[in-house]
Design a protein. Sequence first.
Length: 276
Amino acid sequence: MRTFLCSTLTLAVLAIPLSFGADAAPKKADPVVVPFELLASGHMAVKVKANGKGPFLLIFDTGAPISLVNNKVAKEAGLLKGIAKPAFTMFGSMGEVKIKTLQVGDATANDVSAIVMDHPTVALIAEKLDKPICGLVGFPFFARFKMTIDYEKKTMTLVPSGYKPPDVMKAMTMLMLGGVGKRNLAPAAQWGVLASKESGDEDDGVDVKSIVPGSAADKAGLKRGDRLLTLDGRWTDTIADLYEAAGYVKPGSTVAVKLKRGSKEMSLKVTPVKGL
């Protein structure tokens, strides 16, 4: 299954404090306690309202770089008004939207970026667990809060931090198959590569923007700044090419990755690991 989302949530302790935007000067705010459901898959599920519509059941994913809603939520919340359908779509993707108000329990954030997509992994989890899961809540929401997760009580406590996260989708076209952890919302084969292709770039390959530490790509020797030319013999001249090529590789199998580092072309062997 070809996806580009990842989560590194490890259920190791009962309460884990997480904070973002430490340099910001947050205003004093009352903590908001949000209940969650711990799914059989190990993910947390929360009730969410988008632009006052809902509630919808979404996975709360502390490792996801984006938030994701399916087309059902997008239509009911009016997220598709004035949005032009992209020329290239996968899994019903309608591209990036802004949610004016995203409410998780009683915690609210404004102008939250999200991707509209009927994501196959989310749909599979919903089918297997027989629950109406409509997407996931990621970094654009939770980065605005200092957060403590209590797995025993099945609650998370959110305190606004005053931090407004950047739009991670503006600069990066796709987060490819990353993450090292026990609880992953990820494809069958994980790589650990963040790649992009700038507008107007007509040269062969795509740029490697970062490597997830400890990932398959990291262990193989890929580096930030590499120009990825082929993956397992398939051209990677666009992000779509890379996405498709990666999807053909089974976890645990070793494949050749051809790249350009500076002026030198080279080949590395990468063995992607198993995700969910």
